[in-house]
Design a protein around this ligand. Structure first.
Ligand SMILES: Cc1ncc(COP(=O)(O)O)c(C=O)c1O
Length: 393
């Protein structure tokens, strides 16, 4: 069987899922044509030096932040932050606005850290006064947190928060911030510099590449902390998640374990395209414009659907759309089928939250991603099809 016969077995679909997202086949074809290389040869350095420089420009950080690529995915970097930067005798506060905030908190629990959770209702951002009150309460109980985790962009609800404002509260109480930015990085300004100890992300969302790396920006102070905790037996990171190990190889422009070399070739091309062709701020502006386009489109529906989060915290990379009251998860079935016939893959809300909304008789949610290399034209095509089918529901 030739390649064409094999290719005929798979569908060519347009992904409107909030990761993995659209990846340019053109870019991947060029990446695949680039020579193979060994990750222990200087060829990886030829690729990683410009990749690091471009990633720093996207993250708006200087050399006091280490860029670390870990084979794995966003969760790999997030879990590495927990096992390496939280001492077993320390207290963690995990702020959650939805499923991914819960996931970061769960990582603290399964890794046996002493952790508490502060939850905000789905669709809401992080209330700074409530955060401050929670830290004060923990302090008065003799359990002041040394580490606070939060999500920059909560993909399950489409809520994006102000990293700098939240970190200002965290820093006021002497704690460090660990940030999950899996669906934020590449879509919006980061706020990392002098604020965040470790900012974790991945390649398969707003970076518009395939999955395969956890990507982290880690301050020098955070690395010192990781070394101190490990040397003084205050934490025992498993070797594949040990931040000190990853940082040591990253400083030499390599990865600790064997990476996906084609993805490195793609990162080499893609980070250059983001920084030198599109421009970092232009990329972030495009994301904001697509968000506004989606909000304006919601206003044209007039069928009871509404923006799930409040506008001031609505995400640049994914919009949460709430169906009319009484809608159930099963109502998405026909919508999915119709969109799929047009070669679109849609994304509903995550089941735990939709089950809860359903139980309260409130409309369930779906998510409309507008991230990565998606163009306004691609988004408009999807919104046109989605509107047609939503109005038939
Ligand atoms: C906000 C957020 N955090 C973490 C993750 C998990 O990332 P990964 O699948 O790259 O491990 C996701 C994935 O959707 C996410 O959206």
């Amino acid at each position: 069987m030739g390649y064409d016969d094999i290719l005929a077995q798979v569908a060519d679909l347009k992904l409107f899922t909030p990761g993995p997202t659209y990846v340019s086949r053109e870019l991947m074809a060029v990446a695949a044509k680039m020579p193979n290389f060994s990750h222990r040869d200087e060829e990886i350095i030829v690729r990683f030096k410009p990749i690091y420089a471009n990633l720093r420009k996207m993250a708006e950080v200087d050399d006091s932040y280490n860029v670390i690529l870990m084979p794995g995915s966003g969760s790999t970097a997030m879990e590495s932050s927990i096992v390496s930067l939280v001492g077993d005798d320390e207290k963690v506060l995990s702020i959650s606005m939805g499923s991914f905030g819960d996931m970061y908190h769960d990582m603290t629990i399964v890794n046996r850290k002493n952790s508490e959770k502060l939850s905000f209702a789905p669709g809401q951002g992080i209330d700074l006064n409530a955060l401050e009150d929670k830290i004060k309460e923990m302090e008065s109980n003799g359990e002041k947190p040394s580490v606070v985790t939060f999500t920059h962009n909560e993909t399950s609800t489409g809520v994006q928060v102000d990293v700098v404002a939240i970190c200002n509260v965290i820093k006021k109480y002497g704690a460090i911030a660990l940030v999950d930015a899996v669906s934020a990085f590449g879509a919006t300004n980061t706020g990392i510099q002098d604020n965040v100890a470790m900012y974790s992300t991945a390649t398969q969302k707003s970076m518009a590449l395939d999955a395969g790396f956890g990507l982290a920006f880690v301050s020098e102070e955070a690395l010192e902390r990781a070394k101190y905790l490990k040397e003084n037996k205050k934490c025992y990171p498993p070797s594949t998640l040990d931040l000190t190990k990853h940082a040591a190889t990253a400083k030499g422009f390599m990865t600790g374990t064997t990476p996906n070399c084609t993805l490195i070739n793609a990162l080499f091309l893609q980070t250059d395209a983001i920084v030198n062709t599109e421009g970092v701020q232009a990329r972030y502006d495009r994301h904001r414009a697509m968000k506004e386009m989606t909000h304006d489109w919601i206003d044209t529906l007039n069928n009871g659907c509404k923006l799930f989060p409040s506008k001031d915290v609505a995400s640049s990379s994914v919009t949460g759309l709430q169906m009319p009251p009484g809608t159930k998860m099963q109502d998405f079935g026909p919508l999915k089928t119709k969109l799929r016939a047009d070669k679109f893959v849609m994304s509903t809300g995550l089941p735990p939250m939709n089950k809860a909304l359903e139980a309260k008789g409130e409309g369930v949610i779906m998510r409309i991603p507008h991230m990565g290399d998606m163009t306004k034209e691609m988004l408009q095509d999807y919104l046109d099809a989605l509107k047609k089918y939503l109005l038939e529901m």
